[in-house]
Design a protein around this ligand. Structure first.
Ligand code: NAD
Length: 489
């Protein structure tokens, strides 16, 4: 036991399974990996080391045209397949993800910086679950919406962020394919690897050419894809800023749109809550995965009578979090996804102090690995509701602690935000739980737990956190034209 620590120091336990990474990757169009037509490419940096990991192609307008054309050609035959056959392809993808889970987990961790235990235990199994779940719906669409005729929408453009790269791809691809649509997917520029490996899986399972296409690149590629006239439906997960631009661009085009955007989700801890349990939920909800979770519980509202006790427990628990090499199985908090994101987090840490809040940062477990992008977990006290750190999404392991006196005040403070993605309520009283949950404006409300997901439950936001739902039966709807029997869609 180290003299400075209150917990055991472990010997390093790096993940050692092989996961090959090529020097460069092409675009996946019409069932094949090809170079970008203008030869453009970008570097992918490993956040844990700050070193070059690989290079990947950047799709230009001509590549976007080719991918949309491939998806358009493939769509009628894909939709015409017996639905149970479409379901079988999804099952096969899910099984291959399970079989190659360890390899996918390593790629996700090296590419994105998240701890291996999280990629291994959450991201990859949940991604497989989504394919299994929607495989089951493929031949039951008419039962999902009784009395309505369900038909595919057509070609779907799907643009995803870097925080859950494979899982976000699965959330989007699985329902779209189950419903008979074809897809052009654009992963984030800092995390393209697992989407490209998923394209390989599509080849392995014999998915017909053009049904799934993967275009790598940055915002310009995304913008060209979103604006393409051959796209019938746009699904976007990412920042509110980009979501707003896309909503403006799509307006009047007849394209369908769903947006899953940012958040500033509150936890409400009442004085009668089990405080140890609540603190554990808060720690998991904001510090693990580096706070790179859209629904991260980044605002803590705690009842005044238990504030000191909660903060004391939080400070102790935060010291036990191991920040370090993402590939080490002991690591709780890995690397920040990019140098740019680390800068954003550090800018907010400085801004919070300038605004008058008090910063507490964990100093445990010696030095951080060299070269990578690391940020220790921290929380702010003396936060006013008007402070930027209480209002803006930081997307890092940073918690703002505020207090309330009455449940009424808790609701008013929880709802004092332009967002509305998630909330956590901690109380021992069932009636209080229902009362608070029904009045918090958030797409998901967890009670006495946090960050629980299931392929069968819908997820999505209110206000500037977006609209539309992913997951569950609700997640099918954006990918279907629903008409009365006999009417044309
Ligand atoms: P981002 O908006 O910068 O990028 C998201 C994706 O959009 C990337 O693939 C990017 O290349 C692309 N993009 C960028 N500019 C574009 C443009 N003008 N047109 C089209 N595409 C463009 O977001 P990010 O920084 O990658 O991700 C973090 C954000 O995502 C956070 O705000 C987080 O809350 C949000 N998020 C939300 C959910 C949810 O379900 N609500 C889930 C995960 C992440």
């Amino acid at each position: 036991m180290s003299s400075s620590s209150t917990t055991w120091d472990y010997a390093p336990a790096p993940e050692s399974a092989p996961a090959e990474i090529a020097e460069a990757y092409g675009l996946f169009i019409d069932g094949e990996f090809i170079e970008a037509l203008d030869g453009g490419s970008m570097d992918s940096i490993e956040p844990g080391t700050g070193q070059l990991l690989t290079r990947f192609a950047v799709a230009g307008q001509a590549d976007v045209d080719a991918a949309v054309a491939a998806a358009t050609r493939a769509q009628p035959a894909w939709a015409a397949l017996p639905a149970r056959e479409r379901g079988k392809y999804l099952y096969r993808i899910a099984r291959r993800l399970q079989e190659r889970a360890r390899e996918f987990a390593i790629l996700e961790t090296r590419d994105g910086g998240k701890p291996i235990k999280e990629s291994r235990d959450v991201d990859i199994p949940e991604a497989a679950k989504h394919f299994f779940y929607y495989a089951g719906w493929a031949d039951k669409l008419d039962y999902a919406f009784p009395g309505r005729r369900a038909q595919p929408v057509g070609v779907c453009a799907q643009i995803i962020p870097w925080n859950f790269p494979l899982l976000m791809a699965a959330w989007k691809l699985a329902p779209a394919l189950a419903c008979g649509n074809t897809v052009v997917l654009k992963p984030a520029e800092t995390t393209p690897l697992t989407a490209l490996r998923l394209a390989e899986v599509c080849q392995e399972v014999g998915l017909p050419q053009g049904v799934v296409n993967v275009l790598t690149g940055a915002g310009e590629t995304g913008a060209a894809l979103a604006a393409h006239p051959g796209v019938q439906k746009l699904a976007f997960t990412g920042s509110t800023e980009v979501g707003k631009k896309l909503a403006e661009g799509v307006a009047g085009s007849g394209k369908r749109l769903t947006l899953e955007l940012g958040g500033k989700s509150p936890h409400i801890i009442c004085e009668d809550a089990s405080l140890d349990q609540a603190v554990e939920g808060i720690v998991q909800g904001i510090f693990f995965n580096q706070g790179h979770v859209c629904c991260a519980g980044s605002r803590l509202l705690v009842q005044e009578s238990v504030q000191d006790e909660v903060v004391e427990k939080l400070a102790w628990r935060m010291q036990q979090i191991r920040v370090g090499d993402p590939l080490d199985k002991n690591t709780d908090l890995g690397a920040i996804n990019s140098a740019g994101q680390l800068e954003t987090i550090q800018r907010y840490l400085a801004l919070g102090q300038e605004e008058g809040a008090t910063l507490h940062e964990s100093g445990q477990f010696g030095t951080l690995p060299e070269g990578g992008y690391y940020q220790r977990p921290c929380y702010f006290e003396n936060v006013q509701p008007a402070h930027s750190i209480a209002r803006e999404e930081i997307f890092g392991p940073v918690l703002s602690v505020m207090s309330f006196r009455t449940p009424e005040e808790a609701i008013q403070r929880a709802n004092d935000t332009p967002y509305g993605l998630a909330a956590g309520i901690w109380t021992d009283k069932g009636s209080k739980m229902f009362e608070l949950a029904s009045r918090v404006r958030a797409g998901v409300v967890w009670c006495n737990t946090y960050n629980r997901f299931d392929a069968s439950s819908p997820f999505g936001g209110y206000q500037q956190s977006g609209f539309g739902r992913e997951g569950g039966r609700h997640g099918l709807k954006p990918y279907l034209k629903l008409t009365s029997w006999g009417a044309e869609g």
